[in-house]
Design a protein around this ligand. Sequence first.
Ligand SMILES: Cc1cc2nc3c(=O)[nH]c(=O)nc-3n(C[C@H](O)[C@H](O)[C@H](O)COP(=O)(O)OP(=O)(O)OC[C@H]3O[C@@H](n4cnc5c(N)ncnc54)[C@H](O)[C@@H]3O)c2cc1C
Length: 412
Amino acid sequence: MVLSKQVGVIGGGAAGFFAALRIAETNRDFQVSVLEKGNKVLGKVKVSGGGRCNVTHDAPYASHLLPQYPRGKSFLKKVYKQFSATDTVAWFEARGVALKVEEDGRMFPVTDSSQTVIDCLLGEANRLGVRVRVGSGVKQISVKGASGFEVELFSGVRHHYDVLVVAVGGYPKSASYDWLRNMGHTIVEPVPSLFTFNLPKNPWKGLEGISVPKAEVRVQGTSLVYGGPLLVTHWGLSGPAVLRTSAWGARVFAEKGYQTTLQVCWLPEVPEEQLRSQLAMYREEHSQRTVAKYPLFDLPRRLWERMLLWSDIKEDMVWESVPKKGINRLVENVLRAPAVMSGKTTFKEEFVTAGGIALEELDPYTMQSRLVPGLYFAGEVLDIDGVTGGYNFQAAWSTGWVAGTHLGKSKS
Ligand SMILES: Cc1cc2nc3c(=O)[nH]c(=O)nc-3n(C[C@H](O)[C@H](O)[C@H](O)COP(=O)(O)OP(=O)(O)OC[C@H]3O[C@@H](n4cnc5c(N)ncnc54)[C@H](O)[C@@H]3O)c2cc1C
């Protein structure tokens, strides 16, 4: 049988595989080849979610997903109309990968192993006759108009493809996108997202492991304020509140060279007035009680003791002997504790690149380039990124599926 079109999918990650599988199942006449630079495919799927792969988020409607994307929200709105989180769950379940929802909405395979996802994707590729070529890094693409594309590998080998999907993920360096710029596409400068904060001289040193379920991080001199669980680490702060701040502030942090001052609010749900009146009441009702012995507002004991230390409230002080100044300082340390950020650390569970192919140059209903017919894009190579929680894979599955569907339906 002569296959009618040669399709090249560049990048053997989540987006590349979803695109390749969808093309192959939509049009059995197309020969689909995945070209992967590394010596194995689906490397990020393997390490994702601490080896468990947070496949997606429990979100019955696209409107639940969209607010979780600092970049790409309105583009994704059109993509998610075609393939959303519920479709991802159904897709995997139909192929024998049952997913479970955790308390915070993240979805994982019931096996708690990313290998289950990999086995499914590789099994499908095998079933559908998708060729997977590892060690095939693409160096350059030449656009040949109506005759398709010539793809040159780093090895010097050249292949001809009628249509292409570029799903190469994010690159930390701008120059790494040059081969895509050469085809006329604009690259929104890449910066990292989803990192934790280094605070070498933070007020919570020695309290590693302490966490509070709801705190708030503010970046001084900006409007960035994000809340959620907060964790004290060896090098500074981590946890969802920090990751959210890093995602929404990815560009601001890059501009500041990752040097700035933060303010941490440990009790964002208690307004200052209420905090002050509760402290005053406590001072009156428990005047002889040692302040350090009874942490207020369910704050972890060691954190409370540290706040007292920074507020000049001595270990053996009873409430009655705390001066007004001490109360004022305590309020500051609870609501607006300052900490100087100096650098960032990669969050090992998940990190992504903000920036990439400019979205206005793509059609969100097909994922096809508006500049180069026959060229499609999917996944993190686009200027789309989400916060942590399964949103980044969801964007990769959906954009891959949409590209695959439309490419697969294109004329043979
Ligand atoms: C440690 C870690 C954990 C993560 N955990 C989660 C998680 O649990 N949930 C979640 O939603 N997101 C997670 N993410 C983010 C998620 O992995 C990515 O957003 C997602 O993998 C993007 O998929 P992709 O296919 O676009 O890109 P990638 O997965 O990066 O795949 C791109 C592929 O293209 C290949 N490639 C690059 N250049 C070339 C070239 N020139 N020629 C040929 N091949 C090339 C790369 O080698 C790679 O295999 C995590 C990220 C990291 C780093």
